[in-house]
Design a protein around this ligand. Structure first.
Ligand code: TRP
Ligand code: ZN
Length: 476
């Protein structure tokens, strides 16, 4: 989904032209109606084949059935998109699974597969600005995509179901998509599971129905969402749902979790409204209708993840509570920085992790568990030879997305900015950043420009030292 106003205007104009019946251009690629194929990647240098060119998704309609006994998934996905060029063919990303049929606007399309790329060739070229619907029917056993540097993502089978999550690669393991955070879209998600199991996903619950031993759970994610933030948790959960401060909360905790850990999770989750209120005080209004969290007794993936409106945690994240709910604070802070403001390119990952880590420091100070300044000084004392200082935080390299520098030095960068521009300007920057780019995509360059505009200072030296230089910066 494109959020830039000017571009939206151009597209609207061109849509009406296309609808008014612009004559087909002379064929340049041999496809009926001409046009050219969309690029197989969206243009992210870290992961060149992630996402695709030539179209912009507006809405995903996922209809997915999952049978825990066989781990088999069967999907019918409809993708509503807008062509951003005269499009003779376009790609989707899908890793594994078997495609049974593809139609575009109800007419059969040809397709071919190579690696994670599916190339769809509609019967005729899609005009520039044209809205079109692609329907894919597919099935198979969804996989876990393993990466030694980035960790695992995909469908993790559990004792009674499956948990589907990951970053950066998960969507392609369970539905065809334009798999890159720069193409956000809204979602309708219907998960069909054997009666007696629950199926949790993003957004607000939109009803459920049971027929012939299967229950379909419907979820509506109306605010645009990056593909990697779409999730599913299928199994038995204790669900707590309530409305507070205009937000629909829904928490799901696996009853198989040992009682002491379970109690700590329930206690942390009960603080979600309070944590959101605290964070809103700095970042502005919570960006979504829905909030909550999911914990499964499994947790093989080994991380918490900021799935939109409904992060997923492992029981290990709550092993102790000495850090005062900091993992929940981290994932909830991501709802602003990471989810509402998503990556335009993955190299900007510090805009997610540095900000979420800084939110943990703010909460720590609020809870009397150590001040922000103390957190900063502890890290600053790290010897100059440490890997913390050998990294370019705003361009850490494809294998290092989740390196410690991205989190810790990312947060330190924000504190260095705060010490440089002073509290009033700093907190105005944080808040304006979240408000200006709400439900959009962001880059480091945009953040630097905003910080300079609000503070009225040239911050090149500061950001060059903290974000782009692989050595220890001077103490701010
Ligand atoms: N973004 C997550 C966090 O900081 C961490 C993460 C990275 C992750 N890769 C993952 C979580 C893969 C789950 C799966 O909160
Ligand atoms: Zn994070």
């Amino acid at each position: 989904m494109v959020r830039k106003l000017a571009l939206a205007l151009v597209l609207t104009l061109s849509t009406s032209l296309a609808l008014a019946g612009t004559p087909a251009d002379a064929a340049s690629s041999g496809a009926p109606g001409g046009g050219t194929p969309g690029a197989p990647g969206i243009g992210d240098p870290y992961y060149p084949l992630d996402g695709n060119g030539g179209y912009d998704v507006q809405h995903y309609d996922l209809g997915i059935r999952y049978a825990p006994a066989t781990h088999a998934l069967a999907g019918v996905v409809q993708i509503r998109a807008e062509a951003t060029q005269r499009l003779s063919a376009f790609n989707l990303d899908l890793d594994g699974l078997t495609i049974r049929s593809i139609t575009v606007d109800g007419r059969p399309a040809k397709w071919s597969r190579s690696g994670t790329e599916v190339t769809v060739t509609p019967g005729r070229t899609l005009g520039f600005g044209r809205l079109f619907a692609t329907r894919i029917v597919y099935d198979g056993v969804p996989k876990v995509i393993r990466d030694p540097n980035l960790g695992d993502g995909g469908a993790f089978t559990t004792d009674d179901g499956v948990v589907i999550l990951g970053e950066p690669w998960v969507a392609r393991a369970w539905f065809p998509s334009n798999d890159h955070p720069s193409d956000k879209a809204s979602y309708s998600i219907a998960l069909t599971v054997p009666r007696g199991l629950q199926a949790i996903s993003n957004g607000v619950p939109a009803g459920r129905s049971t027929a012939r031993g299967w229950t379909t759970w419907r979820w509506e994610q109306r605010e645009p969402m990056a593909t990697y933030l779409a999730m599913a948790a299928i199994g038995k959960y204790d669900v707590t749902a309530y409305r507070k401060n205009g937000i629909q909360f829904l928490d799901a905790i696996d009853p198989a979790i040992p009682a002491d850990t379970y109690a700590r999770i329930a206690k942390s989750f009960a603080r979600e409204p309070e944590i959101l209120r605290f964070l809103s005080g700095y970042f502005g209004p919570y960006p979504f209708r829905a909030a909550g969290g999911v914990v499964d007794a499994d947790g093989e993936w080994g991380f918490a993840l900021e799935n939109q409106g409904r992060p997923i945690y492992t029981p290990q994240d709550f092993a102790t509570q000495e850090d005062g709910d900091s993992v929940v604070v981290h994932e909830l802070a991501h709802q602003w920085y990471g989810d509402s403001l998503a990556q335009e390119r993955w190299r900007g990952i510090w805009l997610n992790e540095g900000f979420a880590s800084y939110a943990e420091w703010l909460w720590s100070e609020h809870e009397g568990l150590g001040t922000v300044q103390q957190k900063f000084e502890e890290l600053y004392a790290t010897p100059a030879t440490d890997s913390l200082w050998q990294s370019k935080v705003a361009d850490p390299g494809a294998p290092n997305l989740f390196s410690r520098a991205v989190y810790s030095r990312g947060a330190m960068t924000l504190h260095a900015l705060r010490l440089t521009v002073g509290d009033p300007a700093f907190f105005r920057i944080l808040r304006s950043w979240a408000q200006l780019h709400r439900n959009g995509n962001v880059t480091t360059e945009e953040f630097v420009a905003l910080a300079e505009r609000i503070s009225g200072r040239d911050l090149d030296g500061l950001f060059t030292a903290w974000l782009y230089t692989p050595s220890k910066p001077a103490h701010p």
